[in-house]
Design a protein around this ligand. Sequence first.
Ligand code: ZN
Length: 286
Amino acid sequence: MNYQRIQSTIDVEVMQQSHVTIVGGAFGLIGDLVRSGLGGATHADFDRIDASNPTRQDFDSVDMGRHKVEAQAERLKRINPNVDVTTYVCDFCSISREAFDQMFGHTDLFIFAADFFPAQARGSLEALRLGKPAIWIGLYRGGRAGEIIYYVPGLTPACYRCIAASRYQAFAGGAQGIQITSSGGTIFDLHLLDAIAGQIAVGILTRGANNRLGRLIDQLGDRNLLQVKMDPNYRLGDKDIFAQYLGDHPANFSFTTIALPMQRDPNCPDCGHLHAQYEKLACDAS
Ligand SMILES: [Zn+2]
């Protein structure tokens, strides 16, 4: 592959040495990361391709019945035969911790794009434990808006659980609504979200490079919750969160992103004890 036309924006050399692990969807996104020079990808998912998938995911009708990760691996090899691809047909939530480290311990970045909340939640615990950056991608009901949450150790104070605390509480309380179906979201909504998440991914992997995407993550700082509006009439409950931040000028229409600063929840059960451990270690070192 000749990367000449993207080299001023993406540190391709670093991308070629990078490995990304994906849980669940984001099939189009990984293809785009491979086009951006990504050297290796591991993909875990247990779904087979059915007739509803070509309408919203980057699979073709000829792939019907195959495991998604198998078809995906072939697709990635067609983009770049040199890409290192590993696939696991498995339920991410049932992997033991030991197996987890063997399968995914070498990754540089996790991308969690499962529409099953416990998988997203486990991803956060493992990313924190391993000290690895991670991105969570999710569409809101009906695909009317979406979110990207990311975590970079040492940079973003808030972890996924700090930010999505109400979702954890709803899940613990047995709320049915927590399993938000992505039905209603189109390929356009998914690609719009993926296009933003992809730039965050390149930004994390090539952080510090002297180019646009190398600067992105430090420019964002602690603004590690991004919300993207698809439906011009989107409201969160009865609140127009986009107008709240961007104003109600008619120019504020749709397909826009807000990036919100997030603070660590001192009582977060996931990252709270990690900070306690770090503080203890710092004390021990002195
Ligand atoms: Zn936390």
